[in-house]
Design a protein around this ligand. Structure first.
Ligand SMILES: NC(=O)c1ccc[n+]([C@@H]2O[C@H](COP(=O)([O-])OP(=O)(O)OC[C@H]3O[C@@H](n4cnc5c(N)ncnc54)[C@H](O)[C@@H]3O)[C@@H](O)[C@H]2O)c1
Length: 419
């Protein structure tokens, strides 16, 4: 048995079933796994991953192992681990796994450090915590690293900032920037699973509620659309005029946050930014507002500040806290401000993680294949790979599409046929 740190070995059988079910919905990743099994593109490579430890991630780990990689896995958020899945990865699949749901910050970073103790040549991140550690406290390991890959918008923002100020020392594949990732995972995955998380935490009826979405990017768009689908009256807050305009034309009301909090029954941040809702904003909110976040870090609204000023605090259900402020208002906070779809539900459905993790698997292969000529930088996966994933996904759905005729191809690349 490897030296994993997981909650309870006895949870492994339940985790194994959950992994099996998720895998059955991940057809593109399964095809890649079959190819990896035969070709072993990651043979001898040590890969350290810091991802949400879910059944979908387990299937990615299994595919990478089939490709010949030696793995170590830790969580990319203290509240997102599925303990049964972690147990199964450690015991049934012999993948060293270091994650326990609800671990404190110290343990979280100990687990990241343990993964780096394996001296990975490739790292895989969701939020760039592992890469940050590698470029700060564990700098001495950088010469042995081929590169990294990054799953989410917030991670890419951090990596581009590292590149800009000269801190980044390795090539990184921006998996989030593949079309088959952000257009589907961020939009449809976050849209559905965030609603799922809010409902599991509260069991509120969305129909007729005023539901405020802060940020109308890929995640915000998905969330706004799905909340409307459940009958909520959706209001959007934005800082980007273009996105605000898009929200208006998509049929949503747009207003500043100060006005939005006063009418919101439920508010959810999806910005990838910090301090979107301050304590002062929430002190002015409608009495009984439900406050949640689905952005990567728990900094989008000031949870700690609210706890500090609250005169009473009770946990009513899993992931549902009641805070009573000195002005007498009640605020209901979900999942301590951590991304609610993973804190309170199961994260994105496997069907959509299929494409995200096909990108991750191909990114690892790409880094190995191109290790001798990739300079330091943040790269998007080649368009052919993105298109291939889309084509395989369509095939797995049994959907056929038309092909351009030679005449159409010529027409689309010429200028001389006009009116
Ligand atoms: N919950 C999940 O499972 C999940 C999945 C994917 C991405 N994410 C995370 O969700 C966040 C958003 O990702 P995205 O892909 O939608 O990013 P995005 O860049 O497409 O959209 C973010 C939007 O927020 C807006 N914004 C920024 N600051 C704001 C503010 N102060 N007030 C209002 N709007 C503001 C931006 O203008 C932008 O339109 C990131 O942190 C990302 O890592 C979470």
């Amino acid at each position: 048995m490897n030296k994993s740190d997981i909650k309870d070995k006895k949870l492994a059988p339940a985790g194994n079933l959950r992994i099996e079910w998720a895998g059955s919905q991940m057809k593109v990743l399964s095809l890649l796994k079959e190819r990896f099994q035969k070709e072993k593109p990651l043979k001898g490579i040590t890969l350290g991953a810091c991802l949400h430890v879910t059944a979908e991630t387990a299937n990615l780990m299994i595919a990478l192992k089939a490709g010949g990689a030696n793995l170590a896995l830790c969580a990319s958020n203290p509240l997102s681990t599925q303990d049964d899945v972690a147990a199964s990865l450690a015991f049934d699949y012999d993948i060293p796994t270091f994650s326990i749901r609800g671990e404190d910050k110290k343990t979280y970073y100990e687990h990241l450090n343990t993964v780096l103790d394996f001296h990975p040549q490739i790292t895989m991140d969701d939020g760039a915590d592992l890469v940050t550690l590698l470029h700060t406290e564990r700098k001495n390991q950088l010469p042995g690293v081929i590169g990294s890959s990054e799953e989410t918008t917030t991670g890419i923002i951090r990596l581009r900032a590292m590149l800009k100020d000269g801190t980044l020392k390795i090539p990184v594949m921006a998996v989030n920037d593949s079309n088959t990732k952000h257009m589907f995972d961020n939009r449809y995955g976050t849209g559905q699973s965030t609603i799922d998380g809010i409902i599991r935490a509260t069991n509120v009826l969305l129909a007729g509620k005023k539901f405020v979405v802060c940020g109308y990017g890929w995640c915000g768009r998905g969330l706004a659309t799905r909340a409307r689908g459940m009958g909520a009256q959706v209001i959007v807050t934005e800082v980007d005029p273009l996105k605000a305009l898009e929200a208006i034309m998509d049929g949503f009301e747009v207003m500043p946050k100060g006005a939005a909090v006063k009418v919101a029954d439920i508010i959810c941040t999806a910005t990838g930014n910090k301090a979107v809702l301050s304590v002062a904003d929430l002190e002015n909110a409608k009495d009984g507002i439900i406050v949640s976040n689905t952005g990567h870090f728990n900094v989008e609204f000031d949870y700690d500040g609210l706890v500090k000023i609250a005169k009473r605090r009770r946990t009513l259900r899993n992931n549902l806290e009641e805070l009573i402020l000195t002005n007498g208002k009640k605020i209901f906070v979900l999942g301590e401000g951590r991304l609610i779809n993973l804190a309170s539900a199961e994260g994105h459905p496997p069907d959509v993680m299929d494409m995200s993790f096909a990108n991750q698997a191909l990114a690892a292969e790409y880094l190995v294949q191109n290790q001798n000529h990739l300079a330091v930088g943040v790269y998007t996966l080649p368009k052919e790979l993105d298109d291939m994933i889309a084509a395989l996904k369509l095939e797995s759905l049994g959907v056929k599409i038309d092909k351009l005729t030679p005449e159409q191809k010529k027409y689309l690349s010429s200028w001389n046929e006009g009116t």
